[in-house]
Ligand binder design. Structure first.
Ligand code: NDP
Length: 454
């Protein structure tokens, strides 16, 4: 740390990774400043994980009302008020923004609100002022990427869906990844006629396909209309605001909103990247080494902007490693293997380890143990929802190399089992674990028969 610079560390972007890095670095005694042009907490807190999960809870309520009847509850007519949800969600996000501010301030981090641009390897320009730092950390994240085509100006992305003044009566959602699938579930649960348009023939193409296809069927059973192997060619807006989208299969659909969830692009534009000579990839993500160091030695980057899995826990884990390496004993590193993740569709998909497709591509011999059943709750609720639990075991070593579940709270459940997969436990060790009865989770320690092998 040197007095030659205004600060030891200048962090650009107060999202999950940036905030964690800034406050942990400051807690080691480093002089840290963080710049943010929009909102503290970044995508996750403001237009991502947190408000999305609140929307998921809201949409689940409709099922809970239905399920309650079989248990003897007589529930009157229920009505949903979108404005109440948005207001309450906004209040909660404001509260979280305040918590992020306090966390930074209490750690001694200076916060500057404004657009920061790299000026040189040790300086940043923000609102006409130049600030110097020994090290710069770029954590600017990513933003929704919507293709341009005739009428694309009428569509919304996940950034706008959290602030819609009115719940649409009918929505068309485009994409087959996390966001499209999650929002199809949210909108359907809230009573919106939901159409999911995907250009491919299998949703969630990078996930374990038997699980993804099972989840897609469950979503269809609940009422989501999935249109495979097609895409929108153009959109026209009628005088009453109705949107008509024409598909490349010749069909057309009307909707009150059209949402694109077609991936995200890193926010590296107008950041001064070219000026300081940072190396970027074709998709505009910043290249770094394992220490998160860019091609300019004093500039580091982490989180969504470097092209690693775009997940909050990945960004915060990277931030902890960065701080340990720069301001600690340097003993920590990060592994991107066996990252557990969940898709909060309805029912959830929870997953850790490799998919059936990835294992086939690796040519590993695998025994698949799987169980499909009706959740005990639904024996009385009358719901037709089913659960799928899959465990993929490497034949030779007997290590459990993949666990995939489609069912209520699969995200919660897989988080615990992820420790076992990370620890490379064997099937025997799962078998030796006594189950908790009656739960869905106990299936994972009572799977005795091999369902099939490859
Ligand atoms: P994804 O990359 O997951 O999916 C993008 C989808 O859009 C793909 O199905 C892709 O199709 C399709 N697509 C891309 N371009 C076009 C186009 N021009 N026309 C039609 N379809 C197109 O991105 P998301 O936006 O869903 O999410 C971004 C990231 O955010 C995720 O990868 C994830 O890391 C993170 N996230 C995590 C969540 C969680 O942890 N629960 C929740 C939400 C987001 P194809 O498959 O053919 O390429």
């Amino acid at each position: 740390m040197t007095e030659q610079y205004d600060y030891d560390l200048f962090v650009i972007g107060a999202g999950s990774g940036g905030v964690r890095a800034a406050r942990m670095a400051a807690s080691t005694g480093a002089r840290v400043v963080i710049a943010e042009e929009k909102y503290l907490g970044g995508t996750c807190v403001n237009v991502g994980c947190v408000p999305k999960k609140l929307f998921v809870y809201a949409s689940h309520c409709s099922e809970e009302f239905k399920d309650a009847k079989g248990f003897g509850w007589e529930i009157g007519e229920s009505r949903f008020n979108w404005s109440t949800l948005i207001e309450n969600k906004n209040k909660e996000i404001e509260r979280l923004n305040g918590i992020y501010k306090k966390l930074l301030e209490n750690a001694g981090v200076n916060i500057i609100y404004g657009r920061a641009r790299l000026k040189s390897s040790h300086s940043i320009e923000i609102d006409g002022k130049v600030i110097t730092a020994e090290k710069i950390l770029v954590t600017v994240g990513a933003t929704p990427s919507v293709p341009e085509f005739p009428g694309s100006e009428h569509v919304i992305s996940s950034d706008q869906v959290f602030f819609l003044p009115k719940l649409p009566e009918k929505i068309v959602i485009v994409g087959g990844g996390y966001i499209a699938v999650e929002f199809a579930g949210i909108m359907d649960g809230l009573g919106v006629e939901t159409h999911l348009i995907y250009r491919g023939d299998k949703l969630l193409k990078n996930f374990d396909q038997p699980s993804a296809q099972f989840a897609a069927k469950e979503m269809q059973k609940k009422g989501v209309n999935i249109h495979y192997s097609t895409n929108i060619t153009h959109i026209e807006k009628q005088s009453d605001g109705t949107l008509i989208c024409t598909l490349d299969n010749g069909e057309s659909l009307t909707a009150s909103q059209i949402m694109y969830a077609t991936g995200r692009k890193s926010l590296t534009k107008d950041l001064g990247i070219e000026k300081v000579g940072l190396t970027t990839r074709n998709n505009a993500t910043i290249e770094t080494n394992e220490q998160f160091q860019t091609s300019v030695p004093s500039i580091y980057a982490l989180g969504d902007v470097i092209g690693t899995p775009e997940l909050t826990p990945v960004a915060t884990a990277q931030a902890m490693v960065f701080v340990n390496q720069q301001y600690g004993d340097g003993s920590k590193s990060i592994s991107y293997e066996n990252i557990p993740t969940a898709i909060f569709c309805q029912p959830n998909i929870g997953t850790v380890g490799l998919s059936e497709e990835a294992l086939k591509a690796k040519g590993v011999s695998i025994d698949v143990y799987q169980s499909e059943f009706k959740h005990l709750k639904h024996t009385l609720s009358g719901s037709e929802e089913r659960v799928l639990m899959r465990m993929l075991v490497e034949k030779n070593s007997q290590k459990v190399v993949g666990m995939h579940m489609v069912g209520p709270d699969a995200g919660e459940l897989i988080q615990g089992f992820a420790v076992a997969v990370k620890a490379e436990l064997t099937k025997d060790q799962f078998d030796a674990t006594i189950g908790i009865h009656p739960t869905m989770a106990e299936e994972f320690v009572t799977l005795r028969e091999i369902s099939y092998s490859f």
